[in-house]
Design a protein around this ligand. Structure first.
Ligand code: PMV
Length: 311
């Protein structure tokens, strides 16, 4: 039996603008993981069976085409490591990362599958190569991914990220305590990114100016995260949320949760990921963590997660 896992991720600053070449910052959520287990099975000819427990989805690889992201991740990895299948095995995928919520569940599944298969075949792939394979699957989910999800998840470190540049891992000055609240609406990253593209094309000057403002916030956020100044980080998160509202990717439920987090003691809060649904994140201190989580619950959050991001 071979087992591997990969974390979820949260974008602290810069989503959407990162698609337009601005920097962004994301952190891995190491307590929330997708786990993949591979077991040999006695089947001839050599075949691969896939079971995704949480998705209620199982299939034989040879019967599934590449539009299925799990099948595509497996096939890409087999091409890179073991083009000629010699034995049969079953791949089980299970996940604690809520799907369609902005926490990188798709990229985590790809990275965990790639890690499990390379370990099963005793092939060494660098984090950068794993990230590059996972990026190809991300492209299937939505046409123009920036690459921040697969990078943060494959490197499992806080990253300063800019499209088409090597990701820059960095150390947080202090661990982050985050409370995440789901607004009750699912979010499809590809559709939200495409809508932003349409609006950008219609109002290019306005949108480009907002993306640049987000880029400036990212730079300041980066300095303050490294310095461990969470009060400043919180203020910048609020400003980033306001700019995300202006590009039309927030909704009433997210805005309400963000406002409630701030009035109940968070340093700051914002939507995270594609938006138009999914989770918001609030940066809290140990002393405000419980009150913020309670306030989000009272405000009707569908799902609340309390996580620590170290290093
Ligand atoms: O919703 P998520 O977790 O897939 O995050 C999307 C982040 C975007 O910046 C909106 C898109 C991207 O590819 O960077």
């Amino acid at each position: 039996m071979t087992q591997a896992s990969a974390p979820g991720k949260a974008i602290l600053f810069g989503e959407h603008a990162v698609v337009y070449d601005q920097p962004a910052i994301a952190v891995p959520l190491s307590d929330l993981r997708t786990t993949v287990i591979i077991r040999s099975i006695d089947v001839q000819p050599p075949s691969v069976h896939v079971v995704a427990t949480d998705l209620d989805h199982s299939f034989w690889l040879h019967e599934m085409d590449d539009r299925d992201p799990l099948a595509y991740a497996i096939r890409l990895t087999l091409q890179a490591t073991m083009p000629e299948l010699q034995e049969s095995f079953e791949i089980s995928v299970s996940s604690k990362i809520p799907i369609a919520s902005g926490l990188g569940s798709g990229a985590a599944a790809s990275v965990a599958i790639i890690r499990a298969l390379t370990s099963f075949f005793k092939v060494d792939l660098s984090d950068a190569s794993i990230s590059a394979l996972a990026y190809r699957v991300e492209k299937l989910h939505h046409g123009t991914p920036s690459g921040i999800d697969n990078s943060t998840i494959a490197f499992e470190q806080a990253l300063y990220y800019k499209r088409d540049q090597d990701p820059q891992p960095f150390s947080l000055g202090r661990p982050l305590q985050l409370v995440l609240g789901h607004c009750g609406v699912d979010s499809q990253t590809g559709a939200v990114v495409a809508d932003v593209r349409d609006r950008w094309q219609a109002s290019m000057e306005e949108y480009s100016a907002i993306f640049s403002q987000i880029g400036e916030l990212v730079e300041r956020g980066y300095d303050n995260l490294k310095a461990g100044d969470h009060k400043q980080v919180g203020i910048l998160m609020n400003e980033n949320h306001a700019l995300l509202q202006r590009i039309g990717v927030s909704n009433q439920a997210l805005d309400q949760l963000v406002a409630r987090a701030c009035t109940s003691g968070a340093y700051g809060a914002k939507l995270s990921g594609a938006g138009a649904g999914g989770f918001m994140i609030a940066l809290v201190g140990t002393e405000t963590r419980d009150s913020v989580a309670r306030a989000l619950q009272d405000a009707g959050a569908r799902h609340i997660l309390v996580v620590q991001v170290s290093g």
